[in-house]
Design a protein around this ligand. Structure first.
Ligand SMILES: [Zn+2]
Length: 306
């Protein structure tokens, strides 16, 4: 029986680049090396950022890199009813409350936290007179959280300085990433969340959501991200170059070497589609998350000719 369920959840804001491909390969390998299921979810909840055709381009790239997924593709844009139901449950259980504060109100009244102002609790016990409900916030009931990350080891978080009570439905009516991700992961039965270290700050918020929904949190593995020449995380928004199917074998070989898969030599990658299957099978049987690099991966290491 499969006890591992993983997923890859790209945002369709552009085609896959070396960084998002590396994330896909790591999450695929971690799932497949444990005979687990691997789902694909398109994180298009934030519709203004979604670019037409990007999700098809992502699917084509995963396909030519041999990263096949299980079951139907989940699209967050089609999951609104599930988020609505979860938000209603949280509100009726007293875990979520209406907030009438604008961004400016919070910035004025809140102490500075690590990611911006900490919510000052203005509407925690009901909307102040004259205020209309704008957003829906989750109560940060538990302040200190500990998680043993499979890559980083034991980590402690302070949800208060990460913002305190946080928004789960925004003033514009869209559900926040944190709520959508947790509801989707629960519904897919995800046991292992494998993603870039840049999302580490989401952990305590998501653990609070699991607790408030009466569910147990998954295991976490946060892996190093690929950085550009400017030392910043490679991103679609800053014009990262898309990966191409035509040199998929060579590109995959470089990615596997960079993430600590031993025994990949240049000859491995020369044979097209057959080589991709062999590379992935070799990587699957040699995968160990403890071999991941401890620091960020320079993009140059993944580029042709380097
Ligand atoms: Zn408020």
């Amino acid at each position: 029986m499969t006890t591992y369920v993983g997923r890859f959840a790209p945002t369709p804001s552009g085609p896959l680049h070396a960084g998002s491909l590396t994330a896909a390969v790591i999450s695929w390998l971690d799932a497949r090396s444990q005979d687990g299921r691997w789902h694909l979810r398109i994180d298009d909840i934030d519709r203004p950022r979604a670019i037409a055709g990007a999700s098809d381009a992502i699917l084509r790239t995963l396909d030519c890199f041999g990263l096949f997924w299980d079951g139907p593709i989940v699209r967050q844009s089609q999951r609104e009813q599930a988020y609505e139901a979860a938000a209603r449950q949280l509100q009726s259980d007293g875990h979520a409350f209406n907030c009438g504060c604008s961004r400016k109100d919070v910035a004025t009244a809140g102490q500075p936290g690590w990611e911006g102002p900490v919510y000052p609790g203005t509407c925690r016990n009901g909307l102040p007179p004259g205020r209309k409900a704008r957003a829906l916030r989750l109560r940060a009931v538990q302040r200190h959280w500990t998680v043993v990350d499979r890559c980083l080891g034991p980590l402690g978080f302070d949800l208060h300085w990460l913002g305190g009570d946080f928004v789960i439905r925004r003033a514009d009516g869209f559900f926040a990433y944190q709520l959508a991700t947790v509801v989707d992961d629960i519904d897919l039965g995800v046991t292992d969340v494998v993603r870039g270290i840049d999302l580490l700050g989401s952990v305590p918020r998501q653990m609070q959501l699991y607790q408030s929904l009466g569910r147990s949190a998954p295991r976490y593995l946060h892996h190093p991200v690929v950085i550009a020449g400017n030392r910043l995380k490679l991103a679609k928004s800053s014009g990262a170059i898309p990966v191409h199917c035509r040199d998929a074998g060579a590109c995959l070989a470089r990615v596997l070497t960079a993430i600590g898969v031993p025994g990949i030599d240049a000859g491995f990658a020369a044979g097209g589609a057959r080589a991709i299957g062999e590379l992935l099978e070799h990587a699957r049987s040699h995968w160990h998350s403890h071999r991941l690099p401890t620091g960020p991966i320079p993009e140059a290491q993944l580029r042709h000719g380097d």
